[in-house]
Design a protein around this ligand. Sequence first.
Ligand code: 6PG
Length: 250
Amino acid sequence: MVTNDNRHVVSVADPAAMAEAAAERVMTRMSKNPGRIAICLTGGSSPRQLYQLLAADAWRSKIPWERVHWFIGDERFVPTDDPLNNMSAARKLFLDQHAPAANIHPIPTSTADPADPDRGAALYEAELKSFYGADELDPARPLFDLVLMGVGPDGHTASLFPDYPAIAETERWVVGVPKAHVEPFVPRVSLTLPALNSCREMLFEVAGAEKRAILTRVLAGENLPASRAHATGETVWLVDEAALPENFRG
Ligand code: 6PG
């Protein structure tokens, strides 16, 4: 039985409204932490408008760039200049213009060996542990202030695919995924549920009619990776009108 404590579904009109709502949540979350802030970004197309907004004057000037560290929930083994590289997309859309280079934490898939994705995963896990300052996650002190997520057509989130061993991982924070279940079919590195769920807020962005069927299953609590991802704190699903399941319509 999947439990989804503290889960809120927030419906918005369209992807533009979703990006605005997401930017507001990101800012509010940052304002709650006067110290070092850790944000875990996501790949895919859903967060692109949010990333663009964060680079726009209205939002950029409010972000305490020196105090914010940016991580990524999963990465594909593609070159850094490939548009399918998740962190490169975020860098291009907003990070490189504003974030100090030392605050950007990419998964080293461009230098690690794609034949051994667990090696790249181990390097990133070591980086996360060093940032966190401990080898064990303490539920009272989440790793991330905010984790952004998306959901794929098969119910995957980050690169945690249905029925893959990575989804059952309870010890490691980061794992190698030798073969993806969806395009691009390249090896991946993914944070695991223990690491992703260690956050004050998890924020999903889901838009488009093609997402409605899988979202209906996820929100019904079916045993899918995206249903099992939820924050230690608050989990928010931002859903646009086209993706909103029938039973969530007012
Ligand atoms: C990835 C993502 C992945 C993504 C979903 C949704 O690297 O592929 O992290 O989990 O969030 O597949 O993708 P879209 O936003 O493109 O629909």
